[in-house]
Design a protein around this ligand. Structure first.
Ligand SMILES: Cc1cc2nc3c(=O)[nH]c(=O)nc-3n(C[C@H](O)[C@H](O)[C@H](O)COP(=O)(O)OP(=O)(O)OC[C@H]3O[C@@H](n4cnc5c(N)ncnc54)[C@H](O)[C@@H]3O)c2cc1C
Length: 349
C-alpha cells in the first residue's frame, strides 16, 4: 500500500508541545482534511502502526523515548480564517445552520438539527485554536469570552479536557458552550469508518474530562473529534451597553490574572495536577515546601506551584521525575493523592 504524502518519517516532537520536550516519532502526519485523515488511518491499519493523537500539545508530556508509531497532529484540521471572520461578523440567527453534524463539513445542517433557538450557532473543525473561538465570542459580546481569554490549545483539546477556569464565572468550561461533537471512528479490524454526532447531553462531562465519545473497544478502534458545534441563545447575544462593558472589563481582568499569576513566558503545560476535592493542588504543593524545587531543567514554578516550568533542553524524564517527587511528598505530608491533569505520550522510566 502506498504511503500517503502527508506522512513523514522520524519527526521530532519538541516544537509541537508547550514544554518543548520529547523525542522523535517513527511516523508523523498533520492532515488538513478528513479525507487525508482517512487515508492515514487506512495506511496505519494496513501496516499495524499505532496512532498517538496530539493537537496543540499544551496538555501533553511527550516522552524522550522513540515513539514507535504515528503521531497524528491535528493542528491543520482547522477552520479557515475567512470562515472565522464570517462567523465573527454574522448576525443573530444567521449561523451556518444548527447541528450540522453529518461528516461532510458543508455546513448545510441537514442532519441532527438541534434546537439553538436561532441565536448564534456555528461549528469549528477540532484543530482550530481556541483563540479563534475567543475572538468570535468576544466580537459578539458573549460572556463565554471571559473564560476563553488566554486559554491555549485547540477546540478538540478543549472538549477532551473540558477546559475551563477555576474562578467564578458562567459559562466557565467547554461543557457550558458545546452544542454537539462530531467524532470520526475508525475500526482497525474491519477498516470501516463511522461518523457519530453526540449532543452535549449525551457526553459525560467531568472536572477536566469528557467521556462517552470514544468507541468501547479501544484496541480495535480509534476515535478523533473532528468538529465541534456551538450554540449561544438570542438572549446571550442581545446585551445592553452596560453588560457589554462589564464583559470587556472581565476579559481584561482574566488576561491580567494569567499574566500576573501564571509563568506564561516559560515552557510549561498549565496546571499539572487536578485540584483534589476541597483543595487547591498549588496550595498543597506550596505548603509542602516544593515551590522552586527542581530536577534537571524542570522546576516547580515559584509563581504558581501547580505549574512545572522547563528550561530549554530539559528532558521530559526530568519533568516526569519531578511529578513523581511532588506526588510522593504531598501524599506523605498531607495524605492526599494528586491526580495528573496532564496526559502522557509514550513511555517513561
Ligand atoms: C500556559 C497554559 C495555561 C493553561 N491554562 C489552562 C486553563 O486555564 N484551563 C484549562 O482547562 N487548561 C489550561 N491549560 C491546559 C491546556 O491548554 C488545555 O487542556 C487544552 O484544552 C489542551 O488542548 P490541546 O489542543 O493543546 O490538546 P493536547 O495537549 O494536544 O491534547 C490533550 C489530550 O486530548 C487529546 N486530543 C486532543 N485533540 C483531540 C481530538 N480532536 N480528538 C481526540 N483526542 C484529542 C490528546 O490525545 C490528548 O490526550 C493551559 C496550558 C498552558 C500551557
Amino acid at each position: 500500500m502506498q504511503q500517503p504524502k502527508t506522512i513523514k518519517e522520524k519527526h521530532s516532537l519538541k516544537r509541537l508541545n508547550s514544554w518543548r520536550v520529547g523525542g522523535e516519532a517513527k511516523y508523523f502526519a498533520s492532515p488538513s482534511s478528513v479525507a487525508e485523515l482517512k487515508d492515514i488511518f487506512l495506511w496505519t491499519s494496513f501496516y499495524k502502526i499505532e496512532i498517538f493523537i496530539l493537537a496543540d500539545g499544551t496538555n501533553l508530556l511527550v516522552s524522550d523515548n522513540f515513539i514507535d508509531g504515528l503521531v497524528l497532529n491535528l493542528k491543520k484540521l482547522r477552520t479557515d480564517i475567512n470562515e472565522i471572520k464570517k462567523i465573527q461578523n454574522s448576525f443573530v440567527g444567521e449561523g451556518e445552520g444548527d447541528g450540522d453534524c453529518d461528516g461532510d463539513g458543508d455546513g448545510d445542517g441537514d442532519k441532527n438539527s438541534f434546537d439553538c433557538d436561532k441565536g448564534l450557532s456555528f461549528s469549528l473543525l477540532s484543530g482550530t485554536p481556541k483563540n479563534d473561538l475567543f475572538s468570535i465570542c468576544f466580537n459578539h459580546n458573549l460572556q463565554a469570552s471571559i473564560f476563553l481569554a488566554g486559554l491555549p490549545g485547540s477546540i478538540g483539546g478543549g472538549v477532551v479536557m473540558n477546559a475551563g477556569v477555576g474562578f467564578k464565572v458562567q459559562p466557565k468550561e467547554f461543557k457550558d458552550i458545546v452544542d454537539y461533537v462530531e467524532v470520526l471512528s475508525f475500526n482497525k479490524v474491519s477498516n470501516n469508518f463511522k461518523t457519530t454526532c453526540y449532543k452535549n447531553s449525551e457526553l459525560l462531562w467531568g472536572y477536566r474530562s469528557c467521556k462517552n465519545w470514544q468507541s468501547k473497544d479501544q484496541n480495535k478502534n480509534i476515535d478523533i473529534i473532528t468538529k465541534v458545534g456551538f450554540c449561544f441563545s438570542k438572549k446571550e447575544i442581545n446585551k445592553s451597553a452596560e453588560e457589554k462593558i462589564l464583559i470587556l472589563d472581565k476579559v481584561k481582568q482574566a488576561q491580567v490574572f494569567r499574566k500576573t499569576k501564571q509563568p506564561i513566558n516559560t515552557f510549561n503545560c498549565g496546571s499539572v495536577f487536578k485540584n483534589p476535592d476541597g483543595h487547591s493542588a498549588g496550595a498543597l504543593i506550596d505548603e509542602c515546601g516544593l515551590k522552586s524545587s527542581s530536577i534537571g531543567g524542570a522546576s516547580v514554578s515559584g509563581l504558581h506551584a501547580n505549574f512545572i516550568v522547563a528550561e530549554k533542553g530539559t528532558k521530559s524524564q526530568d519533568i516526569f521525575n519531578l511529578i513523581k517527587k511532588v506526588q510522593t511528598t504531598v501524599l506523605e505530608k498531607k495524605n492526599i493523592s494528586l491526580d495528573l491533569e496532564v496526559k502522557l505520550m509514550g513511555s517513561f522510566n
